[in-house]
Write a protein that binds this ligand. Structure first.
Ligand code: ADP
Ligand code: MG
Length: 225
């Protein structure tokens, strides 16, 4: 399976739907160790992303890279707080790492490199290390699981499913961590015992990728997802 414009749009739409479904939970998590706006931040951001893709003034995207760079730019301009710039830069980096129109489209391995560029962008901007209780703690195991699957011969849907599982485990594994970056770090040891909201939304993002690639492959998603 190649990463084409349709798949990139399907991924972004699946993220927007997941955020719409889960924004209250994200906000609850952020109320415990932050300022209670993570769900509303992402909800506002992805609503604007859908307008940027589907609105009456939206130009047709030139390719999947354009879909994702436009997603990133919209998040940067519409979402304040830590998560807007962090996810914004990540999507811009993923989009920029994908082949340009006229070049051969990315396959599963190529898309893995784009996801790696996304993580690099997150880390460049936020300076978070694994274990700091951030987005990085879900993105890192997601990417590792994705790469391991591709190395074992998996196609894009299977690799994305592995990534979603890795991100979900990574998000759960933030519970015992003490936050060392972002607002939650102001709480010091009191940040322990809560799941990080950003790692949780990163898990939604990778679950949405698994859903979009499974749908593109014509296979039903795993039960319960
Ligand atoms: P804010 O903290 O400004 O209110 P959000 O509530 O939207 O922004 O996002 C909070 C999430 O952002 C945190 O749960 C964490 O995962 C992520 N985050 C915060 N700082 C960083 C950072 N330096 N690097 C990576 N992710 C970060
Ligand atoms: Mg917040």
């Amino acid at each position: 399976m190649d990463v084409d414009t349709r798949l990139a749009e399907a991924w972004v739409r699946a993220i927007a739907a997941a955020v719409e479904r889960e924004h209250e939970r994200l906000t609850e998590l952020d109320s415990a160790i932050g300022d209670g706006d993570h769900g509303s931040n992402l909800r506002r951001g992805f609503a604007a992303v859908l307008t940027a893709l589907d609105g009456p003034d939206a130009p047709a995207p030139a390719g999947p890279g354009t879909v994702l760079t436009r997603t990133g730019s919209t998040l940067i301009s519409k979402v304040g707080g830590a998560s807007g710039p962090i996810y914004g830069k990540a999507f811009r980096a993923i989009g920029a790492a994908l082949p340009q129109p006229g070049e051969a489209p990315a396959d599963a391995a190529g898309f893995g490199e784009a996801l790696a560029a996304g993580l690099r962008a997150v880390r460049e901007l936020g300076k978070a290390e694994p274990g700091d209780k951030t987005v990085v703690d879900a993105w890192t195991p997601a990417l590792a699981a994705y790469r391991e699957a591709v190395a074992g011969g998996a196609g894009l849907p299977e690799a994305a499913e592995a990534a979603a599982g890795g991100a979900e485990r990574g998000a759960l594994d933030t519970v015992p961590l003490q936050a060392r970056k972002g607002r939650a770090s102001y709480l010091g040891p009191r940040s322990v015992g809560h799941q990080d909201p950003g790692a949780t939304s990163t898990a939604l993002l990778f679950r949405a990728l698994a859903e979009a690639t499974a749908a593109a492959a014509g296979t039903p998603g795993p039960s319960g997802s």
